[in-house]
Design a binder for this molecule. Sequence first.
Ligand code: ATP
Ligand code: MG
Length: 733
Amino acid sequence: AVPPDAPWLVGLNPEQHQAVTTTEGPVLVLSGAGTGKTKVLTARLAHILASRRAQPWQCLAVTFTNKAAREMRDRVAGLIGPVAEGVWLGTFHALCVRILRRHAELLGLKSNFTILDADDQVRLLKQVMEAEHIDAKRWPAQALMGTIQRWKDQGRLPDKLTAADTTELAGGRAQELYAQYQQRLLTLNACDFGDLLLHCLTLFLDHADVLAHYQAQFRYILVDEYQDTNVAQYLWLRLLAQSHKNICCVGDDDQSIYSWRGAEVGNILRFERDFPGAKVVKLESNYRSTPHILAAASGLIANNEGRLGKTLRPGLSHDAAAIEKVRVRGVWDGPEEARVVVDEIETLQRRGESLATMAILVRAGFQTREFEERLITTGVPYRVIGGPRFYERQEIRDAMAYLRLINSPDDGLAFERIVNLPKRGLGDAALQVVHNAARARGLSLFEAARLVVETDEMKPKPRKALAGFCDDMLRWRERMATLSHGELAQVVLDESGYTTMWQNDKSPEAPGRLENLKELVRALADFDSLQGFLEHVALVMENDERSDVDKVTIMTLHGAKGLEFDSVFLPGWEEGVFPHQRAMDEGGNPGLEEERRLAYVGLTRARRRVLVTFAANRRIYNQWQAALPSRFLEELPDSHVERQAERGLYAGGASSAAWNSGDVGGGWRKPEAQGTSWQVASRESAGDFAVGDRVFHQKFGNGFVVAVDGDKLEVDFDKAGLKKVLGSFVETQ
Ligand code: ATP
Ligand code: MG
């Protein structure tokens, strides 16, 4: 038996205690953010193991990410020791792979089956469609792939589809193509991601003995982030739990943010129907955030209509005088936003707070660039979680390779990367000819290519393609003289077909990649030359990853689910950015509500402080566009929010008075008009320069004056950092 003062029981409130110790029968914990759902699940696992109700391998625990699985394993091990190692603990996918490897032959696979990535999946489907002479222009494989994935999320194999599902797709032949695609996968001894669950379901349904084995084995099932399970995952859980019915799911309908990946919040409602007599536990005390943060988040989410509704109140006592309101700050543009956020991070760090307790949570991946550059400039270590850093992303590397090759024809690595990207029909044999010519004559690959296309070394088709590529390159290089490098990059991405390649890609990642490419073009505008930009990126990339230093976290809101930080920065709260344009266009009101839940997730990650920022202007390519503050800002209750914005920067709207009465500070710059020229607002000035002036220096580039001493200025340069320079050597901008 477990003593009442066992470490995992100490400090639990009565409802949490009940959720932990009600080990038998179905339990649903449906509660708001930070109420201890994950803590309860961890304690429950420790409790079951410590009380010897089950052996470790008889427990099945599902988390949303691998990272969350690792954390839960470590926590349980910390509570009860290494027995925790044996628990079946992981994501749905990881657990399914584990089961499938054991029974692969029952599904016509070998146990060493491969798992295809998104590219391979589309390639395979394309082959299937080509063989069936489906018009690829009219019915792109990517589009059908997306649909097939949705069907898989819903647990539907080809034979489960109705005519109504498929008439509109691929000339009415979607069902047949889907079936062939599945057949091809089997022949290749491969699965795609969706298959992992689907095959498991098939295994359970077709082989009663296998299902019975796992039903008997898994005496206790625990599921975190239950609101984001899809139908296939739900069916999987329901099958496994059928015999013991000891299943505990925890979730929060207000944090359902993956409907775009097939998650169905209705699974929460279905639970009580499928498991009659389920114990429903409500946790209402939030132990994470200050009352202001909690009230701000609750006020925001109250604007959603489709909610189950629940109470959330502060569970910790706070010193009222010491807690901060949620701060909302309006800034002039993106670079300024990055400066404001990173300044704040440095201030907190100077006050002794660890960088690991701070996070910048963005709506979309492209937003990380501005922050990454500012953090590098200021020397603040950071990590990007959930994806590569901006300049390491595939599409950015590809685009950079185009620019590198234009800038320097000798760049053989860049040549190799893009010569057949997008596909130009240049196979290994053709490229071998170029390599040989280069080696024999001591030429760069590009020069060798130009030479080879004048000869008959290559077959006509690849030769023509390569000649076309060389002509394009030469033409783009000529246009360097007449176009700005931002425009050039745009032209190159469009004319090369690279942008189109991603536009035709219907995978869920493709829109993000297109946004990143736009951001790259935007970034170029900040540099005087292409050369300067390429050097900058080379330096940025040198900034190596060290794991032993304290770092700020940058990640997307989607990735931040379940995590917590002392200080949270939420940038880019502008209409179109957040709520995201695509979500509103494609999703209508449900789409908007999902964006609001995402905002709720963002706010509720914070323990102690939140800074929300929005910019009045964003640069799209080389043009400035006025941005509208996010509607979510208006929805934050005034009594828990402190709003700061430059006078006049935010006009109109219900609370404009509150905005404009905010502290505008002394260092705020006001633009003359939309454009790159800056005008100094009235301010104490010494000589020709004043603190806050935007200046340009031949050697160090652009920066802001931070101190003036006669003709000597201290300037914070965007790239070179803090430098002392002579006033006679700089120009006001
Ligand atoms: P989310 O919905 O964001 O996933 P959650 O409901 O899973 O949140 P947890 O992450 O489990 O919440 O808990 C939030 C924080 O509150 C954690 O730091 C946790 O340790 C703390 N906490 C939970 N319950 C208690 C308690 N009874 N006493 C003190 N702290 C608690
Ligand atoms: Mg949690």
